[in-house]
Design a binder for this molecule. Structure first.
Ligand SMILES: Nc1nc2c(ncn2[C@@H]2O[C@H](COP(=O)(O)OP(=O)(O)OP(=O)(O)O)[C@@H](O)[C@H]2O)c(=O)[nH]1
Ligand SMILES: [Mg+2]
Length: 432
């Protein structure tokens, strides 16, 4: 695969949209563009400017759409190459023909992630930033967006670079110590430096949980006795009437799922059948499902009606929050473990949401969105640092080098194998 030939792809989702974008990048991209463009000559346009014109079939001259053309000139583009974007109408009919026209004009269809791969190869982004691009494209909730953006902006990479730097000068010191012992190099505080780097690596690793949560989301199951107010509470949390509510116990039979984003965490809230002994085979099947869903959920919200006699607790998994519903009615019981809420007045909902946030994120959300690859590399670095820390100074070199290599692989520097890079980019969609 040549790395500079002009490549093209549809960059917007396939479907109907007001606008669709077709991207083109590579050596000779503006030449290719000029063959499908009727309007101002793209080769003569300044970078960063839009121009209005028509996209044409280069073989027949047929006009395919009216469009805006945005030109970028190397190295001031996403890929670092000459590039342009055709902003056309967003139907597949238009986009497909525009793409075809570009291929006829000499461009090649881009592979998944090829634009970002070029950006990486041309030094526009490091590997961690490229992964952040992928994470932003795939962000399911605001937490993932916030975290990925911080990585894309380079603050994660800078932090890693600083750690690499410290290890590198430590290695240089140790080398000097080996080479010129008689020079009496100052006794190095190697262990202190390693300890500090280790601390930072561990602080990053502590964000793995929140990264996974932000990317994969979590399941929140509402369980409790019939009529406890589970479905009402689900609706109150969602802010719309999703589940059927009635004063008849046993209203919810099958379980019901609804997406619920809380504090940027993409949750799936699951409403379940009220748990009770029953002879009705359908209801009993529902109860069995409810218990299984509770078991499999990332967090259980146990719901009990405070205006009715206190029910006996079903078996609850360790990750359970408790809510006492119908707080607007006179209470028949109190329990400090239960957060009082009312789906009618909204009382206590804020507190409940806060408790859910706390259960998932603890004291704070992670700063960065770590990919599995990054978590793995950080683990490697941690292990090697721990190893180095327990060796005499003149023997720590090798372990330190390994730790440095692991850290450097985060940004894609130093001997990151092609395989690793390929693995990062294979997750991309075409057009990014
Ligand atoms: N006053 C008051 N009534 C409530 C509240 N929440 C629920 N209810 C009422 O309690 C009854 C049962 O509510 P549901 O939400 O259907 O209860 P559920 O736990 O889903 O019941 P099942 O699906 O039968 O297991 C309905 O009549 C609701 O209007 C509340 O916060 N305050
Ligand atoms: Mg219900």
């Amino acid at each position: 695969m040549t790395l500079k030939d002009p490549i093209c792809a549809i960059a917007t989702p396939l479907g109907k949209g007001a606008i669709g974008v077709v991207r083109l990048s590579g050596e000779g991209a503006l030449e290719v563009a000029s063959r499908v463009w009727r309007g101002k000559d793209p080769r003569k346009l300044k970078g960063g400017r839009f121009t209005l014109g028509e996209v044409v079939d280069p073989e027949t001259g047929e006009v395919l759409d009216q469009a805006l053309l945005l030109v970028f000139r190397a190295p001031r583009s996403y890929t670092g190459e000459d590039a342009c974007e055709f902003h056309t109408h967003g139907s597949m009919a238009v986009l497909r023909r525009v793409l075809e026209a570009l291929v006829k004009a000499g461009a090649r269809l881009a592979g998944p992630g090829e634009f970002t791969f070029r950006a990486y190869m041309n030094g526009k982004l490091d590997l961690a930033q490229a992964e952040a691009v992928l994470a932003l494209v795939e962000a399911e909730g605001d937490l993932a967006r916030r975290q990925a953006l911080r990585s894309l902006e380079g603050s994660f990479s800078r932090k890693i670079a600083a750690l690499e730097d410290r290890l590198l000068s430590l290695l240089a010191h140790i080398q000097a110590l080996l080479d010129y012992p008689e020079e009496g190099v100052e006794p190095l505080e190697a262990r202190r430096v390693i300890g500090e780097v280790l601390e930072e690596v561990e602080a990053l690793l502590a964000q793995a949980r929140s990264s996974r949560l932000a990317q994969r989301g979590a399941r929140l199951a509402l369980i409790g006795a019939p009529n406890a107010g589970k479905s009402s509470l689900l609706n109150a949390l969602l802010g719309y009437e999703r589940a059927l509510v009635s004063p008849i116990p046993g209203t919810t039979r099958d379980y019901l799922e609804a997406p619920l984003e809380l504090f940027g965490i993409p949750l799936v809230a699951v409403d379940t059948a009220g748990i009770r002994d029953t002879l009705d085979p359908l209801e009993r099947a529902g109860v069995e499902r409810a218990l299984r869903i509770a078991e499999e959920a990332d967090l259980v919200l146990y719901v009990a009606d405070r205006s009715a006699p206190r029910p006996s607790l079903p078996p609850l998994p360790p990750r359970t929050l408790k809510a006492a519903t119908k707080a607007d009615l006179p209470p028949l019981w109190e329990d400090a473990e239960f957060i009082p809420v009312s789906s009618v007045t909204g009382e206590g909902l804020g507190q409940l949401k806060e408790a859910i946030r706390e259960a998932f994120l603890g004291r704070g959300e992670g700063e960065y969105l770590l990919s599995e690859r990054q978590i793995e590399a950080l683990h490697q670095a941690r292990e090697r640092l721990l190893e180095a820390k327990n060796l005499p100074e003149d023997l720590m070199g090798l372990a330190l080098e390994e730790a440095l290599k692991a850290l450097a692989s985060l940004r894609g520097r130093k001997e990151v194998s092609e395989e690793v890079v390929a693995r990062v980019f294979q997750n991309f969609c075409v057009g990014k």
